[in-house]
Design a protein around this ligand. Structure first.
Ligand SMILES: Nc1ncnc2c1ncn2[C@@H]1O[C@H](COP(=O)(O)OP(=O)(O)OP(=O)(O)O)[C@@H](O)[C@H]1O
Length: 785
């Protein structure tokens, strides 16, 4: 399809913060021409309003008006009508479109109402993070102030002291918490919460798009446990969800909650003009692995752009993909800017202590901070709308996330600038040269699979502990529960007595489910000489990020890891600033456990099934910052990790290998290159990013006895990504082949077939062989109907 850019609109009068002027200035500085590959202009949009629903309590209307909101936007009014009528709804509209009102107003309305059947009304608010629940508590406090003691809210999370918990149980009618606390506290202790649960009218699920993949599947099961206990206590709460824009929000929300959920998507809020530029950093002089050309890193480029914007007093957030990048950008900005402006730039990421994060949020609000380099820890719930510019260093994995981040830019009545800075990898390179893939495609649906047995099993155990489990409960959880209960009984986890299953062990079943998939306790990063706790890293990431010798950045200071004790969950670090960064190398083997689906593609065969992946970190590379040039490789002695998960794989026959002219010397490199590029492109078709999936390729696999390429989910039990790949295989592998073929490099580079996380140092790789291999495989598929 030929891509037609949107027709240019006439230039607005140049003001200091006109997005076009900002972009023109960024482009013209130094030698930056040609780096903008496309600019999309999204015109301003006027607000659409509707009247307040008649049935909404006048005191609630007055309280909202007192906050400066005179009339609801059209989507707010629609959501309010439906929520007040008792329909579960999801509001999936743009960033800062006023979603909070759509759940707060019905909740306050219910709390002001009389008891029903002698039950005083209550409501539950769930946020994915503690910070967001705390933020909402502040908003509720202000909004409900004119309503006196009718609204008694309480935050209930891991930091809530015992006496405050007791108060919450006895008096609160609006509880602000998170799925983890439901899972570990409220549901197991439901008898103590019975008066709260008996009155439960609304369950609010804020930022519901976050509940995707394995985490989403866990939360879906936690919500099923909640619904089952509510039924036991005689209630059927209405679910109110707020989400970033997502495809098919209604079905997604229904899958998450297990109840029928209607969707409100027609956004009536106003929007300023947005200029959205796609930006490709230039090639550098440096040579990468196997002499490949290397582009300037997105991090270095974004750091430079951030400096330029901050120097012009433009309030800017640079969203980055890794904690390290957030630190690096802040570091570079402080070096490049004068002292006053340098101090107005900071980093923000998960793993900081909560009080540090709160202080940074306040500073950004007050304008004391002008620039922030942030991971997606900032994306959620922190009210940072109203920025002049947003830089996105690396495609954030989904279009939904991209818009969520870009939507932070824009002040009332003024335009804003968003810039996606491409990383040197196949997907980002493809996207900055195919703007239609970003701007002419709908955002993704949220993928989750509540029937994943790895997820379901621990929740069935927890449910059995909360109330004995009966046949009738299976339909609440998932049909898979019917087969799972006897298996759990055989494993000694459940015990059957009569028609019910019980948890009779002494330990707590909630400990069986690691709902955030952190893979065990967090590893604490401790400064050796002082004993100071710098932050935490989850276990899975610890192998690759805080191994011995790793360079670890924290708030702009560089540390080197002296030792990592996985048994003790501690990494000891010391302040040091070597002139390199580090990246871990690992190796993987894969075994087929089960095949669920297969499809014949001419002579090739495509499979979906369960696999066991054994992975071991074996060494790390030292790289020069900015250019990424490799300075050396150091061996490591780390334990292997085993992952049982889902994979998509395909095989080639001897004849196909001959047809693609893949000699024995070329074949391993062609397979390996096709695997890398396929991993790089899958995020375009499955809601995941490259770090959520892995791959293995081999010229002769012991299970298939043929040359085989595997792409697997990175989570125990799978997360639905490989499955998406299987079902979208034609489009996926076609885009993969096209991306490799279109790359200008001679024999493979990070923009096409080199992978930043390759365990074999990107060796061997055969770029042209990969194109021929994929062409032969694709020839076997019937063209689309
Ligand atoms: N009908 C309205 N008229 C004018 N301003 C409004 C209206 N509704 C909400 N607002 C204002 O819009 C801002 C954003 O609202 P809110 O935080 O609820 O958005 P959101 O969609 O929940 O944001 P996020 O995308 O961050 O979750 C707030 O300052 C709020 O007061």
């Amino acid at each position: 399809m030929q891509y037609e850019p949107a027709p240019p609109t006439p230039d607005p009068p140049t003001t200091r913060r006109s997005p076009r002027a900002m972009l023109a200035r960024l482009e013209s500085a130094g030698d930056r021409s040609g780096r903008v590959t496309h600019t999309e202009h999204l015109p301003a949009r006027a607000a659409r309003y509707s009247p307040w629903p008649h049935r909404l309590h006048p005191d609630v209307v007055a309280a909202v008006r007192a906050q400066g909101v005179d009339r609801p936007y059209s989507h707010q009014a629609e959501a309010l009508e439906r929520a007040l009528a008792g329909e579960s709804v999801i509001v999936a509209t743009g960033t800062a479109s006023g979603k909070s009102l759509t759940y707060l107003a019905p909740v306050l309305h219910a709390l002001l109402g009389p008891p029903v059947d002698g039950r005083a009304p209550t409501a539950l608010y769930l946020a994915p993070t503690k910070a967001l629940a705390a933020d909402q508590a502040r908003a509720v406090k202000e909004l409900a102030a004119p309503l006196g003691t009718a609204v008694r809210h309480a935050v209930y999370d891991g930091d809530t002291p015992a006496e405050a918990r007791a108060w919450a149980r006895r008096y609160a009618n609006l509880l602000l918490t998170n799925p983890d606390m439901l899972h570990r506290g409220l549901l197991p202790g439901h008898r103590r919460w019975s008066s709260f649960l008996r009155g439960l009218r609304y369950v609010v699920i804020d930022e519901s798009h976050v509940y995707r993949g394995v985490f989403g599947s866990h939360v879906a099961q936690v919500l099923r446990r909640l619904r089952r206990l509510c039924a036991h206590h005689g209630t059927r709460p209405v679910f109110l969800l707020a989400s970033a824009t997502a495809a098919e929000p209604g079905p997604g929300a229904s899958r998450l909650t297990g109840v029928e959920v209607g969707a409100v998507t027609d956004d009536g809020s106003p929007r300023g003009e947005l200029a959205f530029a796609l930006w490709e950093p230039p090639l550098t002089e440096a040579k990468g692995e196997r002499g490949a050309p290397v582009r300037r890193s997105a991090t270095a480029e974004a750091a430079e752009l951030l400096c330029d914007l901050v120097a012009e007093e433009a309030r800017t957030v640079a969203f980055v993909r890794s904690r390290r990048a957030a630190e690096l950008i802040a570091l570079i900005a402080r070096e490049r800017l004068d002292r006053r402006r340098g101090e107005a730039v900071s980093s923000y990421r998960g793993g900081y202590l909560p009080e540090e994060r709160r202080a940074l949020e306040r500073a950004l609000h007050s304008g004391e901070l002008l620039g922030l380099a942030a991971t997606n820890a900032l994306e959620l719930g922190v009210d940072i709308a109203g920025l002049d510019a947003v830089l996105i260093a690396g495609f954030p994995g989904t279009r939904a996330s991209l818009w969520q981040q870009a939507g932070r830019a824009g002040r009332a009545g003024q335009g804003a600038l968003a810039v996606l800075v491409a990383r040197d990898d196949p997907l980002d390179t493809y996207l900055v040269h195919h703007p239609e893939a970003l701007f002419r495609q709908p955002v993704e649906a949220t993928v989750l699979d509540p029937g994943n047995p790895y997820v379901l099993a621990p929740h069935l155990c927890a449910a059995a502990d909360e109330l004995p489990l009966t046949e009738a409960d299976f339909s609440v959880f998932d049909d898979a529960a019917r087969e799972l209960a006897p298996k759990l009984t055989a494993r000694g986890l459940l015990r059957r007595r009569g028609a019910a299953w019980y948890w009779t062990r002494r330990d707590r079943p909630s400990d069986l489910a690691d709902i955030r998939g952190e893979g065990g306790p967090q590893v604490q990063v401790v400064e050796e000489s002082t004993g100071r706790l710098l932050g935490t890293v989850d276990t899975a990431a610890a192998h690759t990020t805080v191994h011995e010798g790793a360079v670890h950045l924290h708030r702009g200071t560089s540390f080197v890891v002296r030792s990592l004790d996985l048994g003790d969950h501690t990494a000891l670090v010391e302040a040091a600033a070597p002139p390199w960064t580090t990246s871990a190398r690992d190796v993987s083997e894969i075994a087929v456990l089960d095949t669920d689906l297969t499809e014949q593609w001419g002579a090739s065969r495509m499979y979906l099934g369960s696999v066991e992946v054994t992975n071991q970190v074996v060494s790390y590379l030292r790289r020069r910052p900015v250019t990424g040039e490799i300075l050396g490789e150091i061996k490591l002695d780390m334990p292997p990790r085993v992952l049982r998960t889902r994979a998509v794989w395909w095989t080639l026959t001897e004849d196909q290998v001959d047809e693609a002219r893949l000699t024995p010397e070329i074949l391993p490199g062609a397979l390996h290159a096709a695997e890398h590029a396929a991993i790089g492109m899958l995020p375009l078709f499955a809601t995941c990013d490259r770090w959520d999936i892995g791959g293995v390729s081999t010229a002769l696999h012991p299970d298939t006895l043929l040359p085989t390429i595997f792409v697997h989910d990175g989570h125990p039990g799978g997360a639905g990504f490989a499955e998406r790949g299987f079902h979208a295989a034609r489009e996926w592998l076609t885009a993969t082949r096209d991306a490799i073929a279109a790359c200008e490099c001679e024999s493979g580079c990070p923009s096409c077939v080199q992978s930043p996380k390759c365990g074999n140092g990107n060796d061997p790789l055969h770029k042209r062989g990969a194109v021929r291999l994929l062409t032969v495989v694709l020839r076997g598929i019937a063209p689309p109907p």
